[in-house]
Design a protein around this ligand. Structure first.
Ligand code: ADP
Length: 247
């Protein structure tokens, strides 16, 4: 049973790029303890919304609340300290570093662009190894990130985000570009993490994946929330079906 308390609340968020309203008054709630889905046609503003939530870019207007605290005026690292974690559609590992170093570096990577090595303490290595074990990548701990397949990089990125022990994890296309076996495994890991108390907001194009995993599901259209509901409700919503047929 999902409690009604919102962990994340976005109210009337706006972001314009020149004349283009990429996010145009989007509002949504991510209930604490939920695996919430965010879908919508290409260009509907999903990635921009993620970028606004984690301060990759700054909103023009609107409010973002995390755990009852307003965060839209905060810097990225301050939001991370309050329990916000995020993965990217294109993974952003440090290519020259090992898998283990990458996971440890997550804790310090706010200003480490260009970093090629990181000193790893025993405690950090143990914590990172545990997470690598969870995602099934422990055997790869000493390999360079650049030698990994795309799917393996996604798993390491998940371990990275977990290293900061976030309350809310934004996942950008966790099932994108990976094989069906790994998609299945990804869904299982998300469910397991959710059972440990992690809340998720997931952008994903794979409809069976979203509808099988997420509840509630929000639908964006032209930068606005056009529908919210259970997977069953979303599947049968004529406006949603229209929006996707139009893609
Ligand atoms: P989605 O993730 O749903 O596909 P996006 O958030 O990537 O949608 O894009 C929403 C709209 O904003 C698109 O029309 C896109 O071209 C535009 N857009 C996104 N980022 C930028 C940017 N940095 N500069 C200009 N336009 C952008």
């Amino acid at each position: 049973e999902i409690p009604d308390r919102p962990l994340l609340e976005v109210k009337g968020l706006q972001k314009h790029f020149g004349g283009l309203k990429a996010v145009d008054g989007a509002s949504l709630v991510v209930p604490e303890g939920s695996i919430t889905g965010l879908i919508g046609p290409n260009g509907s503003g999903k990635t921009t919304l993620f970028n606004l939530i984690d301060d990759t870019i700054r909103a023009d207007a609107g409010e973002i609340w995390l755990g009852g605290e307003r965060i839209d005026g905060m810097k990225s690292w301050q939001r991370a300290h309050r329990g916000l974690g995020r993965t990217f559609q294109i993974t952003r590992l440090f290519r020259e570093m090992t898998v283990l170093e990458n996971v440890v570096a997550a804790q310090r990577s706010f200003s480490l662009r260009g970093l090629t090595r990181v000193a790893v303490s025993g405690a950090e290595a143990r914590a990172a190894e545990e997470l690598l074990e969870f995602v099934g990548m422990r055997d790869f701990r000493d390999q360079r990130a650049s030698d990994l397949s795309y799917g393996q990089q996604k798993l390491v990125e998940l371990a990275q985000v977990l290293m900061l022990d976030p309350k809310l994890i934004l996942l950008d296309e966790p099932a994108g570009g990976i094989n069906p076996v790994l998609i299945e495994r990804m869904g299982e890991m998300i469910r397991e993490l959710n059972s440990y108390g992690k809340t998720f907001l997931i952008v994903e194009h794979n409809m069976p994946f979203v509808l099988g995993l997420c509840d509630p599901v929000h639908v964006l259209g032209r930068g606005r929330t056009m529908a919210t509901g259970t997977p069953e409700e979303i599947k049968n919503d004529p406006a949603v079906i229209d929006a996707y047929l139009g893609e």
